[in-house]
Design a protein around this ligand. Sequence first.
Ligand code: NAP
Ligand code: G4F
Length: 365
Amino acid sequence: MDNKIALITGVTGQDGSYLSEFLLDKGYEVHGIIRRSSVDYRERIAHLEGQPHFHLHYADMGDSMSLVKLVGMVKPTEIYNLAAQSHVQVSFDAPEFTADVDAVGVLRVLEAVRTNHLEKTCKVYQASTSELYGKVEEVPQNENTPFHPYSPYAVAKLYGFWIVKEYREAYDMFCCSGILFNHESERRGETFVTRKITLAAARIAQGKQEKLFLGNLDSLRDWGYAKDYVECMWLILQHETPEDFVIATGVQHSVREFTDLAFRHAGIELRFEGEGINEKGVCVKGPDSLIGKTLVEVSEDFYRPTDVVNLWGDPTKAKAKLGWNPAKTTFEQLVKLMVEHDMAKVASEGAAAKVTLPNTSKREL
Ligand code: NAP
Ligand code: G4F
């Protein structure tokens, strides 16, 4: 294909920023959708602004007209629909908004393609999720595992998955879902558990925070590196036939293991004692001032009404059909790169950035 024009919804997010870099390197003209907000939050893509092949446009997943107009103007050859209210806990607090953006939003994108008669020239990638497996019915999970969504977020994303499949079958559109398991990075939002942990480990190691409060430490995730996962989004659209793929590392760890390793990289060894809500992480090695102190505590505030606790993906199909390598960045490398990034970030923030209140507030998620 000579004409490579990508439209990315969710361009300001973790994945949108890495995907933009990836597609620009491949010679694409990249268009991104941003929404109006009272503070301009474009930190993740600031380095791309001003590049001749990178363009930003105002639109909103809740506004069909803006999407129809934009798709008609840009005439993309590939749409990557990454925009979403992507926080599972927030979906319990704002279920209707989550449904509008994460479910109906997908329909709006597909209809924008049809309204502009681009069905035969524009492929669509949908950012689907391992949360669809929810209260898991099989471990590990693959493309044939039954779905059992277990949060308003997952229920909304399930609609997105099925409407994409429906448009593929009804209108012969090249539209596919990537069922991506958790992927993290130094650009991960600060209220997702991995980034919350790496930032807290860095702050505690540098005397800028006293304690880290977490929810369910037993929860298991298959964590990969976001930079590796955006390649897969592109590979899915380059495959000869439109199909859905599970994207995962095939390796599973608990929140406790992530915490333990992150603190080690920050120079602190923890011993976990107690159980459930009474579990604590006590410093047994590290700076003298921290030895014997409880640095990690469990708080009920971070438990969810229903929690997904056993995600473990089987990436066999993606390996075989897309030639994708799920082992490019290991769990150990991922934790290390995130902590190293946050140690430098916290060091550069200066003493004024000290977190004086422990993060027990629900706002911390
Ligand atoms: P993220 O960092 O939270 O980014 C979400 C993006 O969606 C942001 O650019 C956000 O814009 C945009 N957005 C939200 N509501 C919007 C609206 N009404 N109109 C236009 N844009 C809107 O998420 P991510 O981690 O990059 O994930 C990307 C996608 O993959 C999401 O759909 C997520 O649900 C899905 N997913 C993620 C993972 C993961 O582990 N990261 C795994 C599976 C699936 P603002 O910057 O303005 O908020
Ligand atoms: O980091 P999390 O908030 O991510 P979660 O819920 O798995 O969702 C992420 O991954 C999905 C893919 O499976 C995406 F679809 C979704 O958009 C998002 O990117 O929580 C991970 C686990 C949960 O079981 C949670 O209960 O960590 C547990 N957890 C324990 N303490 C915590 C905390 N999660 C958060 N956010 N904060 C805590 O203090």
